[in-house]
Design a protein. Sequence first.
Length: 216
Amino acid sequence: MATLLHIDSSVFSGEASSSRSVTAAFRKTWEEQHPQGTVIYRDLAANPVPHITADAWSAGYAAPSERTPEQSAAFAARVKLIEELERADAVLIGAPMYNYAIPSTLKAWLDNVLLLGRTAGETPSAQGTPVIVVASRGGSYAPGTPREGYEFVQNYLEAVFTGTLGLDLDFIVPELTMAPRNPAMSELVPLYEASRRRAFEDATTKAKELAQRLAA
């Protein structure tokens, strides 16, 4: 049966997090389609991975026999994360927008799994793996909006997941999530509600479609 790598990075828990709520809906449908399947789960807010260090970085370009004990230990932690990605038949990531970018914990995970000559390069080891990113945000950064130029989440992840790791990327974008909490955005609440409904519908639909695709 298929293996799903599920990563959350929101600092908020449960329904207080839009990205977690939508990834949970996706995962629920996925598990209904794959009751005997495997889910590898990482909560990067509760259990952050180490930020990349000089030892972890340089070890990737040194022969195993030439690595220092510090390099070997740091590289082993990277390899564990890389192997989880390579084992996955599909990847689900919650990536809320914080200050126009992804959470630092998610960036740390990416820095660890990006390894030239293995996950990146001419033949990336996880090439073609489908990845669904739930890119929630408090406002709207869609084309034609005043803050279109501040959209650094989808643009960045497109470059990393598609351009570097060779993954098959798709987005679910719940937006205007601050509208119910910010009086200045009250007139946008109907648009927020519509976006939220769409996000949950997309999560269910994409989970079923992906399950059928992998079963074929």
